[in-house]
Design a protein. Sequence first.
Length: 667
Amino acid sequence: MTSLVYRRDIDGLRAVAVIAVVLFHFGVPGFSGGFVGVDVFFVISGYLITSIIWRQREAGRFSFVEFWARRARRILPALFVLLAAVLAVGWFLMAPKDYEELGRSVRYQVMFVSNLLFMRQDGYFDAASDLKPLLHTWSLAVEEQFYIIFPLVLTVLSSRFKHWRLIVLTLLLVSFGLSVWAVAHHPEKAFFLLPMRAWELLAGALLAVAPADKKRLTSTAAQCISLLGLSLILIAVLGYDKHTPFPGAAALLPVLGVIALIWANEHHTTWVGRVLSMPAMVGLGLISYSWYLWHWPVFVFASYISVGQFSPWLTGALIVLTLILGYASWRWVETPFRERRLLAKRRQILTAAGLGILVLGLAGQALRWTDGLPSRLSEQALHFAKASEWRPELKACITDGKQPVDTPFCRYGKAADAPAQVLVWGDSHGTALIPALQASAEQHGVNVLLASSAGCLPLEGLEYGARCAHDNLRAERALQTDTISDVMLVARWSLYLYGDAKGDHEHALHDSNGRYDRAAAEQRFAQGLRARVGQLRKAGYRVWLMKEAPLQPFNPPYRLSRLAMLHQPIDDVGMPVQDHLKQKAFINTLFDQIAAEDPAVKVLDPTPQLCDAAGFCRAEKGGNSLYTDDNHLSEAGAQLMIPVLQPLFEGLSAKGSSDLGNANTVR
């Protein structure tokens, strides 16, 4: 029978887990794999909770209602206090869109399905995750989903099947197999969903119900296994990083490490067990749940306030603050409820839990209904925040796989149904230019056809997927049917060469084996661009190459809005032009070389309009954000492109309509 004797070493192991997670989230060097602390928690939770269930079942005292009441008493008071506090702080700090998303997160979390919400949004390691104060609650959702289901499964299996442990082991192996498969095919599902995470909890559960005679070890063996277990955890914490395919097979290290430590210290006191049982480690383990709850919202809100990177001193101060809040939550919220000094009876705690879920859920939904209560913000802060949203008319002019396959391209100019003289061909950065294209076309009395496809290079053979190849073919067909004389190629060129700011190379050019190599990507890009320009020139078109606007190293609407909310200056929001030119050096040189080789190829450069004489590329001008995110120009930013486009439209206007026809085709 599983003993419920208090294990100090397990609380120490909790301390290892929470320290790893906190230091990872605060970016402390050396803890790049600290996210595996969550996996340590999963195994510990599976072991301890199953131990309780199994002991009570053997004694004939197990009650599902009592079990769930105990879980409510253990989890919900501290969680509800945190949710209320986050909503209160968010009122003063968060932009409407973020506050609305916070309300949505609260609603999902009180139903313990926040992991489903975060799975559908940006990934756990994405920069946008830093704007989600409740992102870390995905792990609570996974645990609670497990403990709604597992007691029922354990009861049915153990009462009806002699070899029920083998069935549980089979479930573990199936879940592990799903995790390995999903890491390769659906990494977001592998990270967030219970079916791919259940094996970690089941590993602890199986250890808890293993027959006692199967667990006995010699003292020497226990010492060796304990050291091995700690080593496996530390290898993961110190050696993994955000690029490690996870969980899948990589999660075996922390999971097996925890199993080894719990197993080895169950019957023998080991050296590692003594370290884990030290008062400081046990103390941190006792407050680990509350510390985990508070550390991430503090990080997110501090990011809102400071805007820039944390200094080492500030990082240290914030970690201490999270520790203080964690202790306070454990001392004055967790402990009184767990010791039944508050709401002692089962009916009381379950009723309070239901009311808390209802109230917080409605509060979260209210933020969705009210669009994040924009009336909280000053007019300027709200203006900045709204810059992150494209008008529906702009969204309608970009193909991204959500519209019908052959949705007509958008047209701008003197008459919507008149033949176009210029084709603007590229990715979503073409869509961002619509305000400038529309104003220029109307001013000069010409028509523009926009072929804008999200995430798609306008270069043959280098397309990202079948949709991009199809949209490029559509653009080529458009050249054959309209009276087009000029073609402007525009894109976020650097994305396809170097990936995004987070180091994600998904859209970057890969070789035939699926590998990314910077030099090879540059070579393929240069060949592809020269081929496209040569194709167009052979067919008689003038070609205009639009260089890339500076990519800001942050999200300007968010940063500007937060600064306005905090009444802080915005004069230094931007980036040095040297950083921009260094990043685009290869692209700019290539464009200039191609233009120098053919007088009918021209280069358009937005940099002079976006960067001042002092060498600073501002993200704001005249109270307007110049960007919708870190790379797309806003409508205010696009208006600055009218002088950049002037050579193209003046040339079209001067030519007149008599000689604009072109019967040639692109081959």
